[in-house]
Design a protein around this ligand. Structure first.
Ligand code: UP5
Ligand code: MG
Length: 205
C-alpha cells in the first residue's frame, strides 16, 4: 500500500454473524481501529443530532440509512483517528453505499504524520465475510440482551431480508474481484477467530 493510503478492510455478514465480536479480537491482535457503522449511527441518535429521529426509524425497520449520512460519520471518524488501518464493520450494506463510498476522497493524516494535503480514494484491501445460517444468527441476537431496538423477532426478519436482497450483492461484487475472504462463522468464537488470524497474519507480518 502507498504511504498515504489507509488500509481498509470491510467486515460484512448477516445480523448477528459475529462482526463486532471478531473485530474486537482483530483490534487486539493486529492493531486496527474498529469502526462499526451501526455503532456510529446509534451514537448519532444518542447525540440528539438533527438526523437522529430519521436514523432511529430506519434502524427500527431494519432499513439502510442514506449513504451520505453513514459516509459522513465514517469519514469524520477516520480523519479524527491517528491510525491508518481500519476495520469497517457493517458497511457497505448495499450497492449504493459501495458506489458512494468509492467516490469519496479523503485527506488522511497518516499515523503521527501531519495531513499531507493529498486526497486519496479508499479501496478495501479485502473483505471479510462471516457466513452464518439464519437460525444461528437469530439465536445469537435474541440471547444478546443489550437493549437494541432492532433485536426483536419482527425487526430481525426484516434485517435478514435486507441482508439477502441488498447486502449479498455487495459481497458478490467483491467476490467477482477475488477480494472476499469467507469464513464459516457458525462455529464457536475462538474457532472463528483462528480462521480470521490465518487470513490476517500472512498479509501483515
Ligand atoms: N456471538 C458472536 N459470535 C459468536 C459465536 N461465534 N458463537 C456464539 N455466539 C456468538 O454478535 C451477536 C451476538 O452473538 C453477541 O451476543 C455475541 O456475543 C454472540 P455480534 O458480534 O454483535 O454480531 P454482529 O454481526 O456485529 O451483529 P449486529 O447485530 O451488530 O449486526 P447488524 O449487521 O445487524 O447490525 P449493525 O449494527 O451493523 O446495523 C444495525 C442497523 O443499522 C442496520 O440494520 C441498519 O438499519 C443500520 N445501518 C445502516 O443503515 N447502514 C450501515 O452502514 C450500518 C448499519
Ligand atoms: Mg455489530
Amino acid at each position: 500500500l502507498a504511504e498515504n493510503n489507509p488500509s481498509v478492510v470491510f467486515v460484512l455478514g448477516g445480523p448477528g454473524s459475529g462482526k463486532g465480536t471478531q473485530c474486537a479480537n482483530i483490534v487486539e491482535h493486529f492493531g486496527y481501529t474498529h469502526l462499526s457503522a451501526g455503532d456510529l449511527l446509534r451514537a448519532e441518535i444518542k447525540s440528539g443530532s438533527e438526523n437522529g429521529t430519521m436514523i432511529q426509524e430506519m434502524i427500527r425497520e431494519g432499513k439502510i440509512v442514506p449513504s451520505e449520512v453513514t459516509i459522513k460519520l465514517l469519514q469524520k471518524a477516520m480523519q479524527a483517528i491517528g491510525n491508518d488501518k481500519f476495520l469497517i464493520d457493517g458497511f457497505p450494506r448495499n450497492e449504493e453505499n459501495r458506489v458512494a463510498f468509492e467516490k469519496v476522497k479523503m485527506s488522511m493524516s497518516n499515523g503521527l504524520r501531519l495531513d499531507t494535503g493529498l486526497q486519496t480514494k479508499i479501496e478495501p484491501a479485502f473483505v471479510l465475510f462471516f457466513d452464518c445460517p439464519e437460525k444461528e444468527m437469530e439465536r445469537r441476537i435474541l440471547s444478546r440482551n443489550q437493549g437494541r431496538e432492532d433485536d426483536n423477532v419482527e425487526t430481525i426478519r426484516k434485517r435478514f431480508n435486507v441482508f439477502l436482497d441488498s447486502s449479498l450483492p455487495v459481497i458478490r461484487h467483491y467476490e467477482a474481484r477475488g477480494k472476499v475472504e469467507k469464513i464459516d462463522a457458525a462455529r464457536p468464537v475462538a474457532e472463528v477467530f483462528q480462521s480470521v488470524k490465518e487470513i490476517f497474519a500472512p498479509k501483515y507480518e
